[in-house]
Ligand binder design. Structure first.
Ligand code: AMP
Ligand code: GLY
Length: 428
């Protein structure tokens, strides 16, 4: 098969790496890709916002399948346009991807279908939002309604912090994405990323993972797109997975089908495991980044038939096999991320680092200049390792990180702390 992958992050490098190992693959392209993806695929400078150009590329190169990584092209309807042109594309339609692109849409769907989530209100006006915040009290969570690259959420520990988040959002810090704000109840518990492959009717749970959203050690600092992850998430026991499917994912799939917006693709549920059970924090309409990096390392089965089964509505009787060894990934980011950062610094030592046993290095924001690798984004590398335990995977990943010479970068030094504390028998 000829496959075109859309995206340029560590998630896409992991997907490219996995698909490249499939006997079904004839040739892989990636638009736009990065320096790491270029090892697995031919990178093409296609403007993915120009759907007609993508369709032309597919015709010229006899593409059998397009795999869409990030949320923006999904929300722009690329899957719909490709399908109309007769090209198979993996991912939800524009209407179905509202589960990610509009938090208000998802909250309303949860309310109408008794799906457990934080209590909330939607606001366009700062005064009414602030009155509601004062009535509810802190801690409380303020979110921009639309897509804000994982940064449109303020978990406010005080009323003043929540009020200034309202001012920032409604005054346009996130552009149109923040024209409406959602104010919601603060949920207490342990978070998990839960991925379900969907075919419009059914959901097949994939592996679970835990992300580390905060920039700095000890879960401090600003929220980011994710600074590291590991899989599986011990909090997601088989019983918890069954509850999450029954109480959250299955009713969502039924409700979407009833609205004429059948959900196909990966549904990524960000869950809070509270004392009352799983609650939905948010949905994403795509694979997680950096969670996909650990998922792909753990996936034993071929990914491509699973993507096709999702598109073709054939997930009934489909199953996937996973390696039982855990995997962990450490994100190396440019200093300053998630705020301002510089691009273009040189990264050395990657070959030495990838020699550490069990290690796979996925590239995110990188570009090649001659034989050198330069940083080209906020999150730059994902140093991923598997091991017999999360502790061993962590040890290997940080050994590889230690071999990478990139003074302009930083990473957290405690990725996996919750799982490792559990492995040591401590209560978390
Ligand atoms: P989101 O972009 O919605 O996933 O939010 C980013 C992060 O903010 C989440 O991963 C949580 O750590 C935190 N968060 C979001 N909503 C809530 C909530 N209702 N209660 C507690 N923490 C939350
Ligand atoms: N790591 C969280 C996300 O992909 O949104």
């Amino acid at each position: 098969m000829n496959i075109l992958l859309i995206g340029s992050g560590g998630r896409e490098h992991a997907l490219a790496w996995k698909m490249a190992s499939s006997p079904l693959l004839t040739k892989l392209w990636c638009a736009p890709g990065n320096a790491g993806i270029a090892r697995e695929a031919e990178c093409v400078a296609l403007d993915v916002a120009d759907h007609a150009a993508v369709i032309r590329f597919c015709a010229q190169n006899k593409i059998d399948l397009v795999v869409v990584g990030p949320e923006a092209p999904l929300a722009a309807g690329i899957v719909d346009d490709l399908a109309s042109a007769g090209v198979k594309a993996f991912g939800p339609s524009k209407a179905a991807s509202q589960l990610e692109s509009s938090k208000g849409f998802t909250k309303d769907l949860c309310k109408a279908n008794n799906i457990p989530t934080a209590a909330y209100e939607r606001f366009r006006d700062a005064n009414s939002a602030k009155a509601y915040i004062r009535k509810q009290g802190a801690p409380i969570v303020v979110k921009a309604d639309g897509l804000a690259a994982g940064k449109g959420v303020v978990v406010a520990m005080t009323i003043a912090e929540a009020e200034s988040a309202i001012d920032m959002m409604l005054e346009g810090a996130f552009g149109a994405a923040g024209a409406e704000a959602v104010v919601e109840e603060f949920l207490e518990g342990e978070e998990a990323s839960f991925f379900v492959l969907c075919d419009g009717e059914r959901g097949l749970p994939l592996a679970t993972a835990q992300d580390h959203k905060r920039a700095f050690d000890g879960d401090n600092g600003p929220n980011t797109g994710g600074m590291g992850a590991y899989s599986p998430a011990p909090v997601m026991t088989d019983a918890m997975i069954s509850r999450a499917m029954k109480e959250i994912v299955d009713p969502t799939l039924r409700a979407m089908a009833a609205k004429g917006m059948s959900y196909k693709g990966v549904l990524f549920a960000g869950l809070m495991i509270t004392k009352d059970g799983p609650k939905l924090i948010e949905y994403n309409a795509r694979f997680g980044d950096p969670e996909t990096q650990v998922l792909m390392v753990r996936l034993m089965s071929d990914l491509i038939p699973a993507l096709l089964a999702s598109i073709d509505g054939q997930l009934k009787n489909f199953d996937l096999r996973w390696f039982s060894d855990p995997a962990l990934t450490v994100v190396m980011a440019a200093k300053g991320y998630p705020g301002d950062y510089a691009k273009g610094s040189r990264i050395e030592g990657l070959a030495e680092a990838s020699k550490v046993e069990g290690v796979e290095i996925f590239h995110a924001g990188t570009k090649a200049e001659g034989s050198h690798i330069l940083s080209n984004g906020g999150r730059v590398l994902n140093v991923t390792a598997s091991g017999k335990s999360v502790g061993e995977a962590q040890h290997r990943a940080y050994e590889a990180v230690g071999r990478i010479k990139w003074p302009e970068g930083f990473c957290r030094s405690d990725i996996g702390w919750q799982a490792i504390a559990r492995e040591k028998g401590k209560k978390v």
